[in-house]
Design a protein around this ligand. Structure first.
Ligand code: MLT
Length: 251
Protein backbone atom coordinates (compact mmCIF):
# COMPACT_ATOMS: atom_id res chain seq x y z
CA UNK A 1 0.00 0.00 0.00
CA UNK A 2 1.39 3.45 -0.93
CA UNK A 3 2.29 5.61 2.07
CA UNK A 4 0.47 8.94 2.02
CA UNK A 5 2.67 12.03 2.06
CA UNK A 6 2.80 13.73 5.47
CA UNK A 7 0.72 16.87 5.90
CA UNK A 8 2.46 20.20 6.37
CA UNK A 9 1.58 22.70 9.07
CA UNK A 10 2.72 26.21 8.12
CA UNK A 11 3.11 28.71 11.00
CA UNK A 12 3.36 32.38 10.10
CA UNK A 13 5.58 35.03 11.69
CA UNK A 14 4.80 38.37 13.39
CA UNK A 15 2.90 40.51 12.50
CA UNK A 16 1.67 38.48 9.58
CA UNK A 17 -0.97 35.88 8.85
CA UNK A 18 -1.54 32.72 6.79
CA UNK A 19 -1.32 34.66 3.51
CA UNK A 20 2.46 34.80 3.77
CA UNK A 21 2.55 31.10 2.76
CA UNK A 22 0.44 31.38 -0.38
CA UNK A 23 3.27 30.53 -2.82
CA UNK A 24 4.08 27.39 -0.87
CA UNK A 25 0.47 26.24 -0.65
CA UNK A 26 0.08 26.78 -4.40
CA UNK A 27 3.25 24.79 -5.10
CA UNK A 28 2.24 21.88 -2.85
CA UNK A 29 -1.24 21.25 -4.21
CA UNK A 30 -0.59 17.48 -3.96
CA UNK A 31 -0.29 17.64 -0.16
CA UNK A 32 -2.47 18.42 2.83
CA UNK A 33 -1.36 21.91 3.86
CA UNK A 34 -2.67 23.42 7.10
CA UNK A 35 -2.22 27.20 7.10
CA UNK A 36 -3.88 28.61 10.21
CA UNK A 37 -3.89 32.14 11.55
CA UNK A 38 -2.48 32.10 15.08
CA UNK A 39 -4.65 33.54 17.87
CA UNK A 40 -5.12 37.27 17.24
CA UNK A 41 -3.70 37.19 13.68
CA UNK A 42 -5.59 37.54 10.40
CA UNK A 43 -9.21 36.63 10.98
CA UNK A 44 -8.60 34.67 14.21
CA UNK A 45 -10.20 35.89 17.43
CA UNK A 46 -8.02 38.38 19.30
CA UNK A 47 -8.40 38.36 23.10
CA UNK A 48 -7.92 41.83 24.57
CA UNK A 49 -5.60 40.81 27.41
CA UNK A 50 -1.94 40.39 26.34
CA UNK A 51 -1.59 37.72 29.07
CA UNK A 52 -3.81 35.47 26.96
CA UNK A 53 -0.99 35.12 24.39
CA UNK A 54 2.04 32.84 24.69
CA UNK A 55 4.01 30.30 22.68
CA UNK A 56 2.29 27.64 24.80
CA UNK A 57 -1.17 28.90 23.77
CA UNK A 58 -0.23 29.08 20.09
CA UNK A 59 1.17 25.51 20.28
CA UNK A 60 -1.87 24.20 22.14
CA UNK A 61 -4.19 25.65 19.47
CA UNK A 62 -2.15 24.01 16.70
CA UNK A 63 -2.28 20.61 18.40
CA UNK A 64 -6.06 21.05 18.63
CA UNK A 65 -6.08 21.72 14.88
CA UNK A 66 -4.06 18.55 14.17
CA UNK A 67 -6.46 16.58 16.39
CA UNK A 68 -9.47 18.03 14.60
CA UNK A 69 -8.01 17.03 11.23
CA UNK A 70 -7.03 13.54 12.47
CA UNK A 71 -3.31 14.15 11.80
CA UNK A 72 -0.98 12.26 14.15
CA UNK A 73 2.17 14.06 13.08
CA UNK A 74 2.92 16.78 10.55
CA UNK A 75 5.91 18.39 8.93
CA UNK A 76 6.00 21.74 10.73
CA UNK A 77 7.27 24.76 8.80
CA UNK A 78 7.54 27.92 10.90
CA UNK A 79 8.93 31.33 10.08
CA UNK A 80 10.46 33.52 12.78
CA UNK A 81 7.75 33.62 15.48
CA UNK A 82 6.40 30.52 13.73
CA UNK A 83 9.84 28.99 14.38
CA UNK A 84 9.54 29.83 18.09
CA UNK A 85 6.18 28.04 18.07
CA UNK A 86 7.80 25.09 16.27
CA UNK A 87 10.35 24.89 19.11
CA UNK A 88 7.47 24.85 21.59
CA UNK A 89 5.85 21.97 19.67
CA UNK A 90 9.16 20.06 19.61
CA UNK A 91 9.57 20.62 23.36
CA UNK A 92 6.03 19.78 24.48
CA UNK A 93 4.61 17.55 21.72
CA UNK A 94 7.63 15.91 20.03
CA UNK A 95 5.66 12.96 18.67
CA UNK A 96 3.39 15.30 16.69
CA UNK A 97 6.31 16.72 14.66
CA UNK A 98 7.37 14.48 11.76
CA UNK A 99 10.05 16.95 10.61
CA UNK A 100 10.72 20.67 11.05
CA UNK A 101 11.55 23.51 8.70
CA UNK A 102 12.90 26.48 10.61
CA UNK A 103 12.78 29.61 8.46
CA UNK A 104 14.30 32.99 9.35
CA UNK A 105 14.24 32.26 13.06
CA UNK A 106 16.47 31.86 16.09
CA UNK A 107 16.56 29.83 19.29
CA UNK A 108 17.58 32.55 21.79
CA UNK A 109 15.07 34.37 24.00
CA UNK A 110 14.83 38.18 23.97
CA UNK A 111 17.59 40.20 25.63
CA UNK A 112 16.47 43.07 27.92
CA UNK A 113 16.96 45.68 25.20
CA UNK A 114 14.85 43.68 22.73
CA UNK A 115 12.10 43.41 25.35
CA UNK A 116 12.13 47.19 25.71
CA UNK A 117 11.73 47.43 21.93
CA UNK A 118 8.71 45.08 22.11
CA UNK A 119 7.10 47.34 24.74
CA UNK A 120 7.73 50.45 22.63
CA UNK A 121 6.22 48.78 19.55
CA UNK A 122 3.16 47.68 21.55
CA UNK A 123 2.70 51.27 22.71
CA UNK A 124 3.03 52.50 19.13
CA UNK A 125 0.43 49.96 17.96
CA UNK A 126 -2.00 51.05 20.69
CA UNK A 127 -1.53 54.76 19.96
CA UNK A 128 -1.17 54.82 16.18
CA UNK A 129 -2.54 51.51 14.92
CA UNK A 130 -1.22 48.73 12.71
CA UNK A 131 -0.13 51.12 9.94
CA UNK A 132 2.50 52.62 12.29
CA UNK A 133 3.77 49.09 12.94
CA UNK A 134 3.99 48.50 9.19
CA UNK A 135 5.89 51.77 8.77
CA UNK A 136 8.51 50.60 11.27
CA UNK A 137 8.78 46.96 10.22
CA UNK A 138 8.59 46.89 6.41
CA UNK A 139 12.09 48.35 5.85
CA UNK A 140 13.59 45.97 8.43
CA UNK A 141 11.76 42.91 7.13
CA UNK A 142 12.55 42.95 3.43
CA UNK A 143 15.88 42.62 1.61
CA UNK A 144 17.42 45.53 -0.25
CA UNK A 145 16.65 43.71 -3.50
CA UNK A 146 12.97 43.36 -2.62
CA UNK A 147 12.69 46.97 -1.42
CA UNK A 148 14.33 48.34 -4.57
CA UNK A 149 13.03 45.98 -7.26
CA UNK A 150 9.84 44.36 -6.11
CA UNK A 151 7.20 46.98 -5.26
CA UNK A 152 4.39 44.41 -5.45
CA UNK A 153 5.89 42.39 -2.58
CA UNK A 154 6.55 45.59 -0.58
CA UNK A 155 2.89 46.63 -1.02
CA UNK A 156 1.70 43.16 -0.18
CA UNK A 157 3.69 42.93 3.06
CA UNK A 158 2.67 46.44 4.10
CA UNK A 159 -1.01 45.69 3.61
CA UNK A 160 -0.70 42.33 5.41
CA UNK A 161 0.65 44.16 8.48
CA UNK A 162 -1.87 47.00 8.19
CA UNK A 163 -4.82 44.60 8.31
CA UNK A 164 -3.72 43.00 11.62
CA UNK A 165 -5.81 43.61 14.74
CA UNK A 166 -4.13 45.85 17.32
CA UNK A 167 -5.03 43.49 20.20
CA UNK A 168 -3.42 40.64 18.27
CA UNK A 169 -0.25 42.67 17.63
CA UNK A 170 0.05 43.67 21.29
CA UNK A 171 -0.67 40.11 22.43
CA UNK A 172 1.92 38.62 20.07
CA UNK A 173 4.52 41.11 21.32
CA UNK A 174 3.81 39.89 24.86
CA UNK A 175 4.21 36.25 23.73
CA UNK A 176 7.47 37.12 21.95
CA UNK A 177 9.02 38.93 24.92
CA UNK A 178 8.09 36.12 27.34
CA UNK A 179 9.15 33.18 25.18
CA UNK A 180 11.66 30.71 26.59
CA UNK A 181 15.19 30.21 25.36
CA UNK A 182 15.08 27.25 22.97
CA UNK A 183 18.86 26.88 22.66
CA UNK A 184 19.01 23.96 25.17
CA UNK A 185 16.54 22.10 22.94
CA UNK A 186 18.65 22.18 19.78
CA UNK A 187 20.91 19.17 20.35
CA UNK A 188 17.94 17.13 21.60
CA UNK A 189 15.94 17.42 18.38
CA UNK A 190 15.59 13.95 16.83
CA UNK A 191 13.55 14.65 13.68
CA UNK A 192 14.84 15.75 10.26
CA UNK A 193 15.33 19.52 10.18
CA UNK A 194 15.85 22.04 7.39
CA UNK A 195 17.02 25.52 8.39
CA UNK A 196 16.29 28.23 5.79
CA UNK A 197 17.97 31.65 5.99
CA UNK A 198 17.81 34.80 3.87
CA UNK A 199 21.14 36.26 2.69
CA UNK A 200 19.95 39.79 3.59
CA UNK A 201 17.90 39.11 6.74
CA UNK A 202 18.48 41.93 9.26
CA UNK A 203 16.24 40.40 11.95
CA UNK A 204 17.61 36.83 12.03
CA UNK A 205 20.93 37.06 10.19
CA UNK A 206 22.08 34.08 8.13
CA UNK A 207 25.32 33.58 10.12
CA UNK A 208 23.38 32.95 13.34
CA UNK A 209 21.04 30.59 11.54
CA UNK A 210 23.95 28.60 10.15
CA UNK A 211 25.26 28.24 13.73
CA UNK A 212 21.83 27.13 14.87
CA UNK A 213 21.72 24.48 12.11
CA UNK A 214 25.13 23.17 13.26
CA UNK A 215 23.74 22.68 16.77
CA UNK A 216 20.84 20.48 15.56
CA UNK A 217 21.88 16.87 14.86
CA UNK A 218 21.81 16.19 11.10
CA UNK A 219 20.12 19.49 10.20
CA UNK A 220 20.36 20.78 6.64
CA UNK A 221 20.96 24.45 5.91
CA UNK A 222 19.76 26.42 2.90
CA UNK A 223 20.64 30.05 2.14
CA UNK A 224 18.18 31.96 -0.05
CA UNK A 225 19.93 34.71 -1.99
CA UNK A 226 18.44 38.23 -2.09
CA UNK A 227 15.89 37.34 0.57
CA UNK A 228 15.38 39.26 3.78
CA UNK A 229 13.28 38.04 6.72
CA UNK A 230 10.37 36.87 4.55
CA UNK A 231 12.15 34.41 2.27
CA UNK A 232 8.99 32.40 1.29
CA UNK A 233 7.36 35.60 -0.06
CA UNK A 234 10.44 37.40 -1.35
CA UNK A 235 12.03 34.49 -3.24
CA UNK A 236 9.31 31.87 -3.59
CA UNK A 237 11.04 29.96 -6.42
CA UNK A 238 14.28 29.34 -4.49
CA UNK A 239 12.41 28.79 -1.24
CA UNK A 240 10.07 26.23 -2.79
CA UNK A 241 12.87 24.28 -4.38
CA UNK A 242 14.63 23.99 -0.97
CA UNK A 243 11.32 22.96 0.57
CA UNK A 244 10.57 20.36 -2.11
CA UNK A 245 14.09 18.93 -1.94
CA UNK A 246 13.75 18.43 1.81
CA UNK A 247 10.22 16.98 1.62
CA UNK A 248 11.23 14.53 -1.13
CA UNK A 249 13.79 12.96 1.21
CA UNK A 250 11.22 12.36 3.93
CA UNK A 251 9.23 9.79 1.95
C1 MLT B 1 8.70 37.50 13.14
O1 MLT B 1 8.87 37.67 11.93
O2 MLT B 1 7.95 36.62 13.57
C2 MLT B 1 9.41 38.41 14.10
O3 MLT B 1 10.48 39.04 13.47
C3 MLT B 1 9.84 37.68 15.32
C4 MLT B 1 10.61 38.53 16.28
O4 MLT B 1 10.45 39.76 16.26
O5 MLT B 1 11.36 37.98 17.11
Amino acid sequence: MAMSKPGILFIHGFPFDHAMWRHQVAALADRTCLVPDLQGAGSATAPTSPDAYSMAVYARDLIALLDERGIDSAVVCGLSMGGYVTFELLRKFPTRVRAAILCNTKSAADAAEVKRGRDALAEKARSNGASAVAEELVPKTLSRTTLERNPAVVRDVRSMIERQQVDGIVGALHALRERPDSTPLLDKIRVPVLVVAGSDDQITPAAGMREMARAIPGAEFSLIQDAGHLSPLEQPGAFNSALRGFLAKLL
